[in-house]
Design a protein around this ligand. Sequence first.
Ligand SMILES: Cc1cc2nc3c(=O)[nH]c(=O)nc-3n(C[C@H](O)[C@H](O)[C@H](O)COP(=O)(O)OP(=O)(O)OC[C@H]3O[C@@H](n4cnc5c(N)ncnc54)[C@H](O)[C@@H]3O)c2cc1C
Length: 470
Amino acid sequence: MENLRQHLDAIRDAVGPKGVAEAADEIEPFITETRGLWRGRCELVVSPASTGETARVVAICAEAGLPIVAMGGNTGLVGGGVPDGGIVLSTHRMNRIRDIDPVDNTMTVEAGCILADLQKAAADADRLFPLSLGAEGSCRIGGNLSTNAGGTQVLRYGNTRDLVLGIEAVLPDGRVYDDLTRLRKDNTGYDLKHLFIGAEGTLGVITAAVLKLYPRPRRVETALVGAASPEAVLALFTRASTAMGNMVTGFEYANAFAMQTVFDHGHGTSNPLEGTYPAYAIIEVSNLADDDTARDALEGVLAEALEDEVIVDAVVAQSEAQAAAIWGLREAIPETQKFEGASIKHDVSVPVSRVAEFVRTASSKVEAEMEGLRTCAFGHMGDGNIHFNLSQPIGMDEAEFLDQWSRFKVIVHDLVAEMDGSFSAEHGVGQLKLDDLAKYKPAVALDLMRTVKHALDPKGIMNPGKVLPG
Ligand SMILES: Cc1cc2nc3c(=O)[nH]c(=O)nc-3n(C[C@H](O)[C@H](O)[C@H](O)COP(=O)(O)OP(=O)(O)OC[C@H]3O[C@@H](n4cnc5c(N)ncnc54)[C@H](O)[C@@H]3O)c2cc1C
């Protein structure tokens, strides 16, 4: 006990009074998952202002064997940032953009930068930082890196992992791994940055990164499409990517129930199509040239698909406001689904070619299990990633429905495994999916993960109890 007190004092000294929170009300937001699904505990919330301070804090924790949970914006959806003792290390004071280089097309940033601020800084330099997701106003780039976040632009630009050239991280023993390289080519052994990306804070604390920037598209065209089935939406995707290649920057799907929740409960939302349909797509097409190439191409694909009866209805946004309204429909789904009561969620991926088959088969399997169950399927169809949510039957007790979570999870995740898919497409493992990792990850892969964890963090202080099943 005396030892713990001394170590906590040493941490306080390392970061100064501005870098420590310990009153119960100050700590509360850092130990509570924002939806209230998990609540943890910690001794201190520590907010270092620099990589050097972070290294000192981690070294003290290493000596004390004190667990560290790194935290960005606390928007993670799998309980990865919920501490069970030790300290929470919040990155919010490390929020400087160290450098933007429009020739290298790079941006060197600290882990605590909010994603939307990085998008804006890139735009101000006439560049694009393409990572884009619903939580972009509050998630932080260190969290995005640690979860290898996906979002709406993966189709064209890849996951967060694909947007990184270099990383700076504090290792579990307090040493700094400094690889803030801007090189586009460097074949000098293992590419170690990828160990930290997607590790959910189990291998070290990411303190900074060099991110890739892209030219800013001058024209972005957006369409909402109504179709008869997920198969039809997939057929449209194939036509769009064949005709327009990587001009297609986003391709989202929603089933009838998902979109209806937005029409019924969305704030200020309306349906710009002529009717309602069993399936919807949102297509975004971007082009560097400030001319009508993107619009003409999109309208051409849609016109042909309508003529061939692949789709039933389509509307192309005539202004930025209309485009934002179309994306607003998609982004509102997670919120508007809440108006339909409790929901059981899955974040899965299958090969793109099988995504319609997945939606159809999974929907009929779960709907056969419980009368009145409503499937809310939506997501990044162009990446094969579907958020396959289940809304409770109308009138059913919420707790009784949520008690069935494991039963439905097995049905959905077994099907995903049969289809060569993943039980966690973009949200990570955290503590929510530990059982799934143990069940579906091949034994050799699990063994390698444990070997890496033990090599970097032999004392097991970095985010214990997350990602790796015990
Ligand atoms: C409305 C909404 C929409 C979302 N949409 C998407 C989406 O489209 N795609 C998607 O992929 N995700 C999405 N998410 C999930 C979430 O926003 C992402 O996982 C995001 O990347 C988490 O960032 P964060 O800063 O909030 O991380 P946190 O929640 O703070 O942390 C997440 C994990 O990373 C670790 N961590 C955080 N910072 C560091 C660091 N500096 N070093 C080491 N480890 C660290 C934490 O310990 C934890 O395990 C969404 C969430 C919400 C609420």
